[in-house]
Design a protein around this ligand. Structure first.
Ligand code: GAR
Length: 316
């Protein structure tokens, strides 16, 4: 299976970036580092990344508007077909448009047990508060600073004679182990059939009167006692694909979709011209778009009465 493509953003030393790079050398690591980018051309981590044969990009943010700088970053990330962004000591606030462009695909590591001690001087604050432990957190990045769903944490005991420096050094050891493990879990989750089915299930069953059954070994979604509007297929007849099949208008639409993106769309065997297969195992699923496909497919098979009610409700 193809590895998830990760870009790491740094501002300085880059020891977390190095930990991610070294972990990626394991043949079974589910991600690869395709770019290391910095907002400071003198960031020491860049030399290490370059020596490891990883493409690097550096551009000072000075004199640039935040949104312009972030747009430049996004453009660079896209050149190398980045799927996930790992912030590793990237000391820049991100613009809302950058966070939105990479929604659910940016991870950050922070040296505290969030939600405690967001922002800077985390170790000083933990010691001053008399905490018995601090630690580190990997979380999904949202518009709020050091917020967003927590994916993993490691507590680190605070010793009586700890200074901010000694505590930071020990927490850094924990960071290096935590980040690669969490990143590996997070990036491989989108390629796991169970997780993908759960995403489809949540969206399909949110449609009116939808239910789930099994047909020819495939989980499928239909209207209760009515027609089916989506099938979930995983390696059906050994085709190696994880995908959903949804209704479309016919042969023309099918041909158009396949021509537009032959990696993603395909003609499902045994289903005919009224269906399209949409691969879910490419690692870049647009879940809002997939919800839309399910909705259109539901509309295509729903009895007129149900459909009308849904269309009206949809306008509000
Ligand atoms: C790390 O301790 C990281 O958790 C922290 O900066 C350090 C970067 O070190 N990040 C933050 O404080 C983000 N809010 P590194 O460059 O050696 O990885």
């Amino acid at each position: 299976m193809a590895k998830a493509r990760v870009a790491v953003l740094i501002s300085g030393r880059g020891s977390n970036m190095a930990a991610l790079v070294y972990a990626a050398k394991h043949p079974k690591c589910p991600y690869e580092v395709v770019l290391v980018a910095a907002n400071d051309p003198d960031a020491p981590g860049l030399k290490l990344a370059h020596a490891e044969g990883i493409p690097v990009f550096a551009q000072s943010h000075k004199g640039m508007k935040r949104a312009d700088f972030d747009a430049l970053m996004t453009a660079q990330l896209k050149v190398v077909r980045t799927e996930y962004v790992a912030l590793a000591g990237y000391m820049r606030l991100l613009s809302p448009s950058f966070v939105n462009d990479w929604r659910d695909r940016i991870l950050n590591i922070h040296p505290s047990l969030l939600p405690k001690y967001k922002g800077l001087d985390t170790h000083e604050r933990a010691i001053a508060a008399g905490d018995s432990a601090s630690g580190c957190t990997v979380h999904v990045v949202t518009a709020e600073l050091d917020d967003g769903p927590i994916l993993g944490q490691t507590p680190v005991a605070i010793l009586p004679d700890d200074t901010a420096e000694t505590l930071a050094d020990r927490i850094l050891i924990a960071e290096h182990q935590l980040y690669s493990r969490v990143l590996a879990e997070y990036t491989s989750r989108e390629r796991q059939p169970d997780w993908l089915l759960e995403q489809i299930r949540t969206r399909a069953l949110a449609l009116p009167e939808a239910d789930e059954t099994v047909s020819h070994g495939m989980p499928c979604f239909g209207i209760i006692k009515g027609k089916k509007f989506a099938y979930f297929t995983h390696d059906h007849h050994g085709d190696g694909k994880t995908a959903i099949l949804v209704k479309i208008s016919g042969l023309d639409e099918q041909a158009m979709l396949i021509e537009a993106d032959a990696d993603r769309y395909y003609r499902p065997a045994y289903f005919g011209d009224g269906w399209i297969g949409i691969r879910l195992d490419l690692g870049d699923n647009d879940w809002a778009g997939i919800a839309d496909w399910l909705r259109k497919s539901w509309i295509a098979i729903a009895p007129p009465k149900l459909r009308q009610g849904f269309a009206i409700a949809d306008e509000f």
